[in-house]
Write a protein that binds this ligand. Structure first.
Ligand SMILES: Cc1cc2nc3c(=O)[nH]c(=O)nc-3n(C[C@H](O)[C@H](O)[C@H](O)COP(=O)(O)OP(=O)(O)OC[C@H]3O[C@@H](n4cnc5c(N)ncnc54)[C@H](O)[C@@H]3O)c2cc1C
Length: 413
């Protein structure tokens, strides 16, 4: 019998599987499709060492009004989803109040602090260095007021959390990123993040590492997971698989799987789109850039330039709405020389979110030998390697290298 089943082969599940296998467990990694083809495939590829402050719900009246009235591309609401979303969003707003948010940042920042170092270990072990750039990413500003406000906030992150920053005025930005065609007020350069030129390729490289360590991969459905004796059984394409312990790492699909086991976790999704374009023009973007006041990001990938959108609050299975990606493309085409679209339809994914902005990492409160790792929202790539190590340490009875208590599922009752 296998020691551990990990359900969900996105970047989070794969990192857990590697860390368990490294610690002597025999691991079966199960997904209903090929590993790393969902959210972990389509993200912007930034290992966000700077993101010590998770994405809060806006509290200022003017900002709420702007989003509610559909101005701006960074956030969009699907009215049909609002009744189901009302409760988690209200909790999200509540947790974003300044004093509560400060406590959350203090708990979250240690995970972020280790994000690059923990990935560096797995990148080296998997031989994936060719997918990685180490030149950070930039926030671009169209107005001096916004630029100066963000500069001041970033100085706090530099002082309190050791985040690396460089401030650029318009002229310095034009020298640093000659591909930009629109004059900007400047940029904040986060200097520490590493960026991945093919996020799906990174997950695949990690899966290869897992196999080299002796791990096995199978196709199966997490919704068939059921207790059996003191362990767990799940149906796979080659018959039932049993293990002493099971890990749910299902990203945006964790809500459905945990509900079947009797949990009522306040999980929701922030959907996001990407569209890729052929590289064009003489000057290439050197690193990802976020057009802050408009609300989209451009990331140079091996395949082309990937435009990613902000958050869409909608049901996980609602039909796609191209409004954000179309609107963003208009601004992006002014900003840089974008080539033709590489795919007919935009890619759609979903960030798995919790109202207190923290992932759930740790034991399932109501079952023995069942573990949870999901809800990483905007930073699932960033925190995957940290999560993998922490959870594997907990499962194998070692004190986790970072305090895991703030991430326990039991905080939701
Ligand atoms: C547009 C966009 C940009 C982003 N940019 C970044 C970024 O730059 N940096 C960053 O850190 N994060 C980013 N994110 C967030 C990040 O991509 C996610 O947090 C992360 O990929 C979640 O990983 P995961 O392994 O939890 O989920 P997933 O990658 O979705 O993996 C879950 C797996 O579970 C499987 N599964 C689901 N249901 C079942 C079932 N019933 N049975 C078996 N298997 C099942 C799926 O097939 C899937 O493989 C972005 C997200 C989006 C949408």
């Amino acid at each position: 019998m296998t020691d551990s089943i990990v359900l969900g082969a996105g970047i989070v599940g794969v990192c857990i599987a590697i860390h368990l296998q490294r610690r002597g467990r025999s691991v079966l990694l199960i997904d209903r499709r090929e590993p790393g083809r969902e959210t972990s495939y389509g993200n912007a590829g930034i290992i966000q060492r700077e993101a010590v402050r998770p994405r809060a719900f806006p509290r200022e009246a003017c900002e709420l009004w702007r989003i509610a009235t559909g101005r701006g591309l960074d956030a969009r609401y699907d009215m049909a989803a609002l009744p189901a979303l009302a409760s988690p969003l209200l909790q999200y707003w509540w947790h974003s109040a300044p004093a509560r948010y400060r406590r959350i940042v203090a708990e979250y920042a240690p995970l972020i602090r280790h994000s690059v170092a923990e990935h560096a270990d797995l990148i080296a072990a998997s031989g994936a260095d060719g997918l990685i750039e180490k030149s950070g990413f930039m926030l671009l500003f169209r107005s001096e007021a916004r630029r100066d406000r963000v500069f001041r906030e970033a100085e706090g992150d530099e002082r309190d959390y050791g985040v690396g920053i460089a401030r650029l005025d318009g002229a310095a930005l034009a020298r640093a990123e000659p591909a930009l065609r629109v004059p900007m007020a400047g940029a904040l350069h986060w200097t520490d993040p590493w960026t991945v030129r093919d996020p799906g390729g990174l997950t695949a490289a990690y899966v290869d590492l897992f196999r080299r360590l002796g791990g096995a991969v199978a196709t199966g459905d997490a919704l068939t997971l059921s207790p059996s004796g003191t362990g767990w059984t799940v149906r796979t394409s080659s018959g039932p698989a049993s293990a002493a312990e099971a890990v749910l790492a299902l990203g945006p699909w964790a809500r459905e799987a945990t509900r079947r086991l009797g949990y009522r976790l306040p999980l929701f999704v922030k959907r996001g789109y990407h569209r890729e374009y052929r590289h064009a023009g003489d000057a290439a973007l050197r690193r990802p850039v976020l057009d802050v006041e408009v609300g989209y990001l451009l990331a140079p990938m091996h395949r082309g330039i990937r435009l990613t959108t902000g958050a869409e609050f909608a049901r996980l299975d609602a039909p796609p709405n191209p409004a954000q990606v179309e609107g963003s493309e208009r601004f992006a085409r002014e900003l840089i020389d974008l080539g033709e679209r590489l795919d007919p339809e935009p890619w759609l994914g979903a960030r798995p979110a919790t109202p207190d902005m923290k992932p759930i990492i740790g034991p399932a409160p109501g079952h023995r030998n069942l573990w949870f790792a999901f809800g990483h929202a905007h930073h699932g790539l960033t925190l995957a390697a940290v999560t993998g190590r922490m959870l594997a340490e907990m499962i194998t009875g070692t004190t986790p290298f970072l305090d895991a208590r703030p991430f326990a599922a039991s905080r939701f009752g």
